[in-house]
Design a protein around this ligand. Structure first.
Ligand code: ZN
Length: 313
């Protein structure tokens, strides 16, 4: 299942992609008689992704049943039009997608999690994970233009697998860590290198406004059984820049969840960005900084494509 957050007619709501449609989960679940079959006690699914995730596996199960149940109606043009008029289903082009989790409680990023990327930056592969944080204001909607900042000309791309937490966890056992994952999505950790390197703390160069495209959808774990068997590719204006298999991560998704949860409690909606492979712009000769007119496409097996056009300030 492909969960999204979408904006339409001035509202921001949780939905699911179904073919060319976006199904509004809150409204569609109200049509369903089978809520009891998944043990759901409420009247309908919540309208926001954060509350949907906070309701755990039961909400995901009901969302899946809701999407399956509405499928036949969407295939019938007359019934689909009725659903469209009621705001229960939207044609894909009628809505604007937002980051699937628009305001995550935490965005935990991992630096240098691929050995070749560490080396291209002149660093040894780390023996313990390097973490840094982003704030929600730094996220950017999938497909939305990234506006180059006036303060820098050293703007770089970083395609990454992002993990969305679905279950609260503290001191999580690595062997059971993936049970805490709601699903996966794509992240482009756009980095303002000169600001990132002004001091030993990377925070400011990683937190420029709307510099972190996330999406397009949160793909649930049933579709991604093993996050270490995915291929990440990044193309900038049609040229392949990065390509790696997630099995070459130094620290696996399960390890990162176990490690970080020794320190802090992971909550539904938290994001872990797992680091970028080699091939980023700063390490090229000459450096390949992003410029107006570029289009950055980050693709990951099973997660679709996160596309970001780059525009001038
Ligand atoms: Zn990164």
């Amino acid at each position: 299942m492909r969960l999204v957050t979408y904006a339409a007619r001035g509202q921001i709501r949780a939905g699911a992609l179904e073919g060319d449609w976006v199904v509004d989960l809150g409204r569609a679940s109200r049509l369903r008689e089978a809520r009891a079959s998944v043990g759901w006690r409420g009247a309908a699914l919540p309208s926001s992704m954060s509350r949907l995730l906070a309701n755990g596996d039961g909400a995901i199960a009901l969302a899946r049943e809701t999407v399956a149940a509405i499928g036949p109606a969407l295939a019938d043009p007359a019934r689909a039009e009725t659903l469209r008029q009621d705001g229960i289903a939207w044609a894909r082009g009628e809505v604007r997608l937002l980051p699937p989790v628009p305001t995550p409680p935490k965005i935990i990023c991992v630096g240098r999690n691929y050995a070749e990327h560490a080396r291209e930056g002149g660093a040894a592969p780390p023996e313990i994970p390097i973490y840094f944080g982003r704030f929600p204001h730094s996220l950017l909607a999938p497909g939305a233009p990234y506006v180059l900042p006036r303060a820098s000309t050293q703007v770089d791309f970083e395609g990454e697998l992002a993990v969305v937490i679905g279950r609260t966890g503290h001191q999580v056992d690595e062997a059971r860590a993936l049970e805490h994952v709601a699903g996966y999505t794509i992240f482009n950790d756009i980095s303002i290198r000169d600001f990132q390197r002004r001091t030993s703390q990377w925070m400011i160069g990683k937190n420029f406004d709307r510099s972190g495209p996330l999406g397009p959808a949160l793909v649930t774990c049933d579709e991604i059984p093993d996050p270490q068997r995915l291929t990440v590719t990044v193309d900038v204006s049609g040229e392949r820049m990065q390509e790696a298999d997630t099995r070459t991560m130094i620290f696996s998704v399960a390890y990162l969840i176990a490690d970080v949860s020794r320190a802090l409690t992971l909550e539904p909606g938290d994001i872990i960005a797992t680091g970028t492979p080699s091939g980023v712009g700063f390490a090229r000769t000459p450096p390949r900084w992003l410029r107006a007119g570029d289009v950055v496409r980050v693709s990951i097996t099973g997660l679709d494509v996160l596309e970001t056009p780059v525009v001038a300030a």
